[in-house]
Design a protein around this ligand. Structure first.
Ligand code: PLP
Length: 308
């Protein structure tokens, strides 16, 4: 691997492209990669917090499931992918980092329109940790709006495959910016809520922690929150949530690798519950961050690899 000169500042990020490590802002992909031209790509994002990966194996397993779902496979083994993720973080020396692994369909031979002719490509990078909401918003709660734009239906694209089709999520964001919301929640065709750009949704309804059963990505943070809630005997209900039911929730929060558990205090311009982050949200937030110190969840970054 590229030896990292201790004098070089790579804290803006390190990428792995075409078998080599480069500073993130120098990383390039070929214009003809169908990942770029046709959004034919899958990716996953794991994070490092205080020098430890969170649920590293689980994120990499999910990445492999997504690749299989898109008929993609890489020349890199699972172990090599894990090593590359370690290397990107180690070389950047970041202690809190956002690490993306991406598989694209690749560049077709000239004249071919058949995706099976492509050799799939692997890209990865470590960047500074990025948050959906700033510190004040995470403490006081965020404003969200239910968009009129519907989430792409599962019958068109299985939402469990993490993908680059973000335009419904982005157009839904424009839909709610006018009401001062930070992010949107998208409904499905039947008026049930699904998710938003980069996050899942939870509501405290009738004393139960409730989250949509269909139409959304199965977030790692969502899974962790469900496990943590069950560990402290909070009843969990995974079911359809009609969007007007969300309006009577006592608490709402979103969950994401990009920030963990983030309280929602305003929904469509109206206060959620008492209009301040609720106690259940606070408990789950704290448990989520405590889990980062638990060896069942945390894997130390191999920073010494950068100096080999
Ligand atoms: N939903 C969508 C559409 C996402 O893109 C993401 C993450 O990027 C999530 C939910 C949350 O998933 P995770 O908790 O694994 O970050």
């Amino acid at each position: 691997m590229m030896s990292s000169d201790p004098e070089t500042d790579l804290s803006a990020g390190v990428a792995f492209v075409d078998g080599a490590y480069v500073p993130l802002d120098e990383a390039r992909i070929p214009l003809l990669d169908r990942g770029f031209l046709k959004s034919e790509a899958t990716y996953d994002v794991v994070h490092v917090w205080k020098g430890y990966f969170f649920l590293l194996n689980d994120y990499v397993d999910r990445f492999h499931r997504s690749m299989a779902g898109l008929n993609m496979a890489l020349d890199y083994s699972r172990g090599q992918i894990i090593d590359i993720l370690h290397d990107c973080v180690a070389m950047s020396r970041l202690r809190d980092s956002y690490i993306q692994m991406t598989c694209t369909r690749g560049v077709p031979p000239p004249g071919s329109r058949d995706p099976r002719d492509c050799r799939n490509r692997f890209y990865a990078f470590a960047a500074p940790f990025s948050w959906i909401a700033n510190e004040e918003q995470r403490r006081d709660g965020i404003r969200v709006g239910v968009a009129s734009v519907e989430r792409i239906p599962p019958a068109s694209l299985d939402p469990r495959i993490k993908n680059f089709h973000w335009l419904d999520l982005v157009m839904a964001s424009y839909d709610v910016y006018g009401q001062g919301a930070l992010v949107p929640i998208l409904p499905d065709r039947d008026g049930n809520i699904t998710e938003g750009p980069g996050f899942n949704v939870f509501a405290l309804l009738d004393g139960k922690l409730t989250t949509p059963i269909r139409g959304a990505f199965e977030g790692m943070t969502r899974r962790t929150v469900i496990e943590l809630a069950q560990s402290i005997q909070i009843p969990v209900d995974i079911r359809d949530i009609p969007f007007d039911e969300l309006g009577r929730a006592d608490e709402i929060f979103i969950s994401s690798t990009a920030g963990g558990v983030i309280p929602v205090t305003v929904l469509d311009g109206k206060p959620v519950g008492c209009g301040v982050p609720g106690p259940m949200t606070g408990r789950l937030h704290d448990l989520y961050w405590q889990a980062h110190e638990d060896p069942r969840y945390a894997t130390a970054v191999r920073y010494d690899r950068a100096s080999r």
